[in-house]
Ligand binder design. Structure first.
Ligand code: G1P
Length: 283
């Protein structure tokens, strides 16, 4: 299976940090966001990846490319650990890039990868969200896809006041944590949301989604919405996956995620707790 990672958006919610650098390259603790996404793909058994980029996104390609000068410098300095780390990034996966020439929405961005998918099921992983769980989120979706032989998307319950930020679904729970979806609405108003089950940025899709995108008219924000194309599929399932999704496109969430990930690192944990106590005590 291949994965498509759309990473062409302007990152307007995170300006000015994203004026000249892609939001997908914002570091979360010690790695760029998109590296976590690719690591999740690899952990889910996918190492063939298509990243949909746009203008100002060259640093993504540089990050996953070989850096001869850097490797040479690390080697001469005897920094073997760093050298291994840098080489591992290059060897993570086979990545190719396609450009979305105009920002016409998430549905359009996915459509840009059509020629590379060869009529096979594929995963979509949003480049600005990170997931953490006992089993990688995309792997959980692949299992749902295999069981129900239908497209599958990851879901999470969000507070009512946040539904306007997400695609929201309505469905029937067919087994624990799995919903057969009968309605999807992109960014509904709070009082019109059919539930508080939000689409969280991981999808495993049948290739007929491309025809559905092709038939989709611009929706919310004048953009071709993936959510609108998903509602045209014959069958689609949702999985409130075991784990947590971190939305990096939002600055407070980004900061919280960095702190949470630093707390997972024994080298930083104690110092960080000490520092946070000092800050809180000083308030
Ligand atoms: C996109 C999708 C939306 C989904 C969200 C998850 O919206 O269109 O359905 O809930 O990602 O982050 P965006 O955040 O790109 O506006």
């Amino acid at each position: 299976m291949k994965a498509v990672i759309p990473a062409a958006g302007f990152g307007t919610r995170f300006l000015p940090a994203t004026k000249a650098q892609p939001k997908e390259m914002l570091p979360v603790y010690d790695k760029p966001t998109i590296q976590y996404v690719i690591e999740e793909a690899v952990a889910s058994g996918i190492d063939d990846i298509i990243i949909v980029t746009g203008r100002n996104k060259r640093s993504i390609e540089d990050h996953f490319d070989k850096s001869f000068e850097l490797e040479q410098t690390l080697q001469s300095a005897g920094k073997d650990d760093r050298l291994r780390q840098v080489r591992a990034i290059t060897d993570l996966a086979d990545i190719c890039y396609v450009r979305q020439k105009e920002q016409k929405g998430l549905g359009d961005a996915i459509y840009c990868a059509k020629k590379h998918i060869n009529d096979q099921p594929f995963a979509v992983m949003l480049g600005d969200s990170i997931t953490k769980g006992p089993v990688p989120c995309t792997k959980q979706l692949i299992d749902v896809f295999d069981k129900y032989e239908s497209s599958a998307i990851s879901l999470e319950r969000v507070p009512k006041e946040k539904v306007e930020r997400y695609g929201i679904i309505k469905g029937v729970e067919v087994e624990k944590d799995i919903y057969k979806i009968d309605k999807l609405v992109e960014k509904p108003l709070m009082h019109q949301a059919p539930s508080n089950l939000a689409i969280m940025g991981r999808y495993v899709l049948t290739p007929d989604i491309f025809d559905k995108i092709d038939e989709t008219e611009p929706g919310v924000g004048g953009e071709i919405q993936l959510t609108d194309a998903l509602s045209k599929l014959d069958a689609i399932y949702g999985n409130t996956f075991e784990g947590k999704t971190y939305d990096i496109g939002n600055r407070l969430e980004w900061l919280k995620t960095s702190i949470e990930f630093a707390m997972d690192d024994p080298e930083s944990k104690d110092n960080l707790i000490q520092y946070m106590k000092e800050i809180v005590d000083g308030e």
